[in-house]
Design a protein around this ligand. Sequence first.
Ligand code: ATP
Length: 319
Amino acid sequence: MKKIGVLTSGGDSPGMNPAIRAVVRKAIFEGLEVYGISQGYKGLIEGNIQKLEVGSVGDIIQRGGTMLQSARCEEFKTEEGQDKGIEQLKKHGIEALVVIGGDGSYQGAIKLTKKGFPCIGIPGTIDNDIPGTDYTLGFNTALHTVIDAIDRIRDTASSHERTFIVEVMGRDAGDIALWSGLAGGAETILIPEADESFDDIIARLHQGNERGKKHSIIVVAEGVMSGNELAEKLKEKSGVETRVTVLGHIQRGGSPSAFDRVLGSRFGGYAVDLLLQGRGGRAVGIQKNELVDYDILEVLGKEHHIDMNMYKLSKELSI
Ligand code: ATP
């Protein structure tokens, strides 16, 4: 193998830049040429491909977002689009591709691998919803952002004796809500993986009031319902007035945490190792602090699981 490509796709996440940097530098260290494909699969189809040098990835390890930019591309979901992508890769003599992105991006990498073009998937999304890895790139940084917001909300909530609802991202996964809710000391955490009745939520609010709590924070994952919908339902059912904060895309931005920089570096280096061993068609991950890899096709059949013991604990601690 002489030439490899790297792209970022789907929603960007902090940690993508450290991963790109690691892919590029590790590959050059090993004597390979590396090509950066800008704007994900869209850029691939359009031939937006440039050779990267050691210096091309300088001064990016601390930056959020992705220097290669990301995009969503409907055309790549078609066979014609995928063939156009492979044509571009062949034109540049690229023999394998590292794809950094979420589950949608993995679908694209799977299609290319099935067509005989080897890809390696690096899980890059704040949602932490990719099966086969304990953590995805960007999840840790997003948690820091959410916790910072919850801490600030807590200050104002206790000054005004109010109940706040904080809506967080995560798509269909409750990881951001669970981890940030536990770390932020939220009274109630609503995640798609667990049913919580309105009666329980209301009972917990009353219980808190009775023991003199000055404020309450409810963290709701976007996969359950919106913060505004929750506020309306709570008012309708119990008359409780709440204030809603929707954190939105703030959660995607910011300088990657030390954890995500290290994780991105490890994932990137490992992806190149796999390609050097001639092991394309793999997805990388981290389990119990060990780097792991598995058949990228397995992502289709596997499910991401949230830690329900942690959820149980969060309820026990919010009495
Ligand atoms: P995030 O979850 O963080 O938003 P993602 O990678 O899941 O990231 P998507 O928008 O789902 O984001 O996917 C990114 C791109 O991957 C799509 O725009 C498309 O180009 C490609 N893609 C998604 N699904 C498929 C598919 N079934 N076949 C081929 N390509 C796909």
